[in-house]
Design a binder for this molecule. Structure first.
Ligand SMILES: Nc1ncnc2c1ncn2[C@@H]1O[C@H](COP(=O)(O)OP(=O)(O)OP(=O)(O)O)[C@@H](O)[C@H]1O
Ligand SMILES: [Mg+2]
Length: 213
């Protein structure tokens, strides 16, 4: 999916300074874009807008040329469930469900067949080294494990669009490498992948970078 933003503006309050101002960009399918910038520069805000979770104060958000931002809430939710895998900065797992059920829920919301979703969920949990935590509740896993489970949840539906907000913030270098590889693989397979990161060393190695000030 080609994601374009045009003349994007966002301020959280009427009188406050804009967090995002006159920002335009194209995020191409099949590419991984690293979004960098200091804390508070608007990386998470930009991803929420791109994922249609936050309505900006001004500008347009287009998916494959369609002005999706302007669609009603329920349609935007459907589009998100179907097309977007989102890894939140703080994992945001459902605390009442096991790791596996958190992952399966995203598959169910995307309309996946239960058996397909289950086998892909198992494969992803295994790939990210958290298979043995599958039956644990989020409160019983470490921060880095929760982050990897959240990544499984985002990837279970083989999403067309992947947003990952600091997905390696709590990870050791080996786990981080596995996560970066998985995100690069998703892009290789055609997804539009956008990753907010403070990992400058990693970001400078990537061909597509976006630096917020
Ligand atoms: N709901 C909100 N209401 C008011 N201000 C907000 C809200 N969410 C974020 N902000 C402000 O908007 C600015 C951008 O925040 P954002 O979370 O997008 O930054 P970030 O680049 O993701 O930072 P970090 O690297 O710390 O995650 C910050 O100054 C923040 O305080
Ligand atoms: Mg952030």
């Amino acid at each position: 999916m080609l994601i374009e933003v045009e003349a994007l503006e966002h301020r959280f309050t009427d009188t406050g300074d804009p967090v995002i101002r006159s920002f335009s960009h194209r995020f191409e399918p099949g590419t991984l874009t690293a979004v960098t910038g200091p804390s508070g520069s608007g990386k998470s805000t930009l991803m929420y807008i791109l994922a249609l979770m936050l309505t900006p104060s001004g500008g347009r958000t287009l998916w494959d040329g369609d002005d999706v931002q302007a669609l009603p809430d329920n349609i935007r939710s459907r589009l998100r469930a179907q097309y977007v895998g989102f890894v939140f900065q703080d994992a945001l797992l459902d605390p009442s469900q096991t790791a596996l059920d958190n992952v399966l829920e995203a598959g169910w919301l995307a309309g996946m067949r239960a058996d397909v979703s289950r086998s892909r969920a198992r494969m992803l949990l295994d790939r990210f080294g958290v298979a043995e935590r599958a039956d644990h509740l989020p409160g019983q896993v470490s921060g880095g494990q929760a982050q990897r489970i959240a990544l499984c949840r985002a990837l279970v539906k083989t999403p067309t669009i992947v947003f990952a907000d600091e997905p390696t913030g709590n990870l050791d270098s080996d786990s981080a490498r596995i996560v970066w590889t998985a995100l690069a693989d998703a892009a290789q397979e055609g997804a539009t992948v956008v990753v907010a990161t403070h990992d400058r060393a990693r970001a400078t190695d990537l061909p597509h970078r976006l630096e917020l000030a």
